[in-house]
Write a protein that binds this ligand. Structure first.
Ligand code: PLP
Length: 487
């Protein structure tokens, strides 16, 4: 049996190096302490706080010591703009090794023809993808029509025309209140300023994605890009259907799998639910359900690969080679059978959490989940998302408030709480533990009252925070984080 690399409760690979990792961290903290003791103290405190909190933030996880340790190396000191074997700096042979290995693991793990592992984050990965699609679909044909090879060959007048075209394209993405992400064409993000954006939502009765409505919107709006993927939608997506819609209107299908990449890597989502073979371009983060270092990646079909490769310096600063190295380590972990077992547990645990709420009469958007997210509608408790989030935090339960479809409380106060299972599953939580988590959340919310008409103020009944803290401390102690790591 192979153990989880983080909880490392059984045999390899985590257990093998657990003692060595402990010694490495102790040494590292001593070194930091000798220069800036407050940073060493904050680092120790962060581990203690993470160990002591019931973390249900759907986008967070705990990376293995191997992944974390990989980031603290001299690769941090190297400049390596460009691509593998084609850099703007000398002496990049070891960065080439690291980037090649990370890209190879990504291609093998996801069955992708091409992988670009330089993006520093999910937002950066989406920006690379947007520019790659614009370059392939708009700039390249325009240059060819003008008989030019490079934008620098264009006259001022032709360049102005091309700039206007590049800046006037249409993008169709999932609405924010249905679970889409800011980078899918919304104004607080540059994607909303670059593109004319329209949203598709979910069925108002079921909360499920309505593919007929997506197709209607696509036929009417004729976007250059259709973005699929989400931050807060608790269901699976049929990417084959999304590709059919994109093909019908001549759009490029871009899938942002930032949230659920771990479920794709772990083969929980296969066939029509696996975005990689269906999308022209797939983007992801590496630190959420995929459980790697903070970062992003772009996977692409061959016709987009040249343009994706130009991500740095088009929209990215120099590659973070130390993080690319950690991506390679995390992707190697994700190719192990233990990761598939982990991904399946993430999905099973989300089911257990949803069932735990439903049997206690709580309301869930879409009535349940079939991924790693549960979206709890807290209006039936007479609360806003903001009040629920704060009351839960008082009791030691870390969540985030989130809009629900057609949210009556708007995007700031919201009516929902988004919960995810990747992090606690890494700690070793099972179905019974998640049932208990649902019980504790319902306990807190049933004992919270809105103050007057305020959407922010609330009162938590006496004794609730203490009772729930004690119960969650038991759950956390039974499923320790980095159990063999002693500082
Ligand atoms: N895309 C989706 C779907 C996300 O949920 C997020 C993060 O929350 C991002 C992109 C952005 O990722 P990052 O914070 O790494 O830039």
């Amino acid at each position: 049996m192979t153990a989880d690399p983080v909880t490392s409760n059984a045999a390899a690979p985590g257990a093998e190096y657990a003692e060595t990792a402990s010694a490495a961290y102790r040494a590292a903290l001593q070194v930091i302490e000798s220069v800036e003791p407050r940073i060493a103290a904050a680092t120790r405190k962060e581990l203690a706080d993470q160990r002591d909190s019931l973390k249900l933030i759907a986008s967070e996880n705990y990376a293995s010591p191997a992944v974390l340790l990989t980031m603290g190396s001299w690769f941090s000191d190297k400049y390596a703009e460009g691509t593998i074997g084609h850099r703007f700096y000398a002496g990049c042979q070891n960065v080439d090794t690291v980037e090649s290995l990370a890209a190879e693991h990504a291609r093998e793990l996801f069955g992708a023809p091409y992988a670009y592992v330089q993006p520093h984050s999910g937002i950066d990965a989406n920006l690379v993808a947007f520019w790659a699609i614009l370059a392939t679909r708009v700039e390249a044909p325009e240059l060819a029509a003008l008989g030019a090879k490079h934008v620098n060959d264009l006259s001022e007048a032709d360049w102005e025309k091309l700039r206007n075209k590049l800046g006037n394209q249409r993008l169709l993405g999932m609405s924010l209140d249905a679970g889409g992400h800011l980078t899918h064409g919304f104004r607080p993000n540059i994607s909303g300023k670059m593109f004319h954006q329209r949203s598709y939502g979910t069925d108002p009765n079921t909360g499920f994605l309505d593919y007929g409505a997506v197709a209607d919107a696509a036929r009417e709006f004729k976007p250059l890009i259709i973005v699929a993927g989400y931050s807060a939608y608790p269901r699976r997506v049929d990417f084959a259907k999304m590709r059919e819609i994109a093909d019908e209107v001549g759009a490029t299908l871009m899938v942002d799998m930032a949230h659920f990449a771990g479920l794709v890597a772990g083969k929980v989502f296969t066939g029509d639910e696996d975005p990689v073979p269906h999308a022209h371009v797939t983007t992801t983060t590496t630190h959420k359900s995929l459980r790697g270092p903070r970062g992003g990646m772009v996977l692409a079909q061959p016709e987009y690969s040249d343009a994706v490769d130009k991500g740095c310096p088009m929209v990215l600063g120099g590659p973070l080679s130390h993080v690319m190295a950690a991506k390679a380590v995390a992707l190697a972990e994700a190719r192990q059978p233990a990761f598939q077992a982990y991904a399946q547990r993430v999905a099973d645990n989300a089911q257990a959490l949803a069932d735990g709420f439903l049997k206690r009469d709580a309301q869930l958007v879409t009535g349940g989940t079939d991924n790693h997210i549960v979206l709890l509608d807290v209006t039936s408790f007479g609360l806003t998302g903001r009040q629920a989030e704060s009351a839960l935090l008082d009791a030691g339960i870390v969540t985030n408030r989130n809009s629900v479809p057609a949210d009556p409380n708007g995007a700031w106060y919201t009516s929902g709480i988004r919960l995810g299972t990747p992090a606690l599953t890494t700690r070793g939580f099972g179905a019974d533990d998640f049932d208990r988590v649902a019980d504790l959340i319902v306990d807190v919310l049933s004992n919270t009252e809105q103050q007057g008409t305020s959407k922010a103020k609330y009162t938590l009944a006496d004794g609730t925070a203490e009772r729930v803290h004690a119960a969650s401390a038991e759950l956390l102690a039974a499923n320790p984080l980095y159990p063999r790591l002693t500082l």
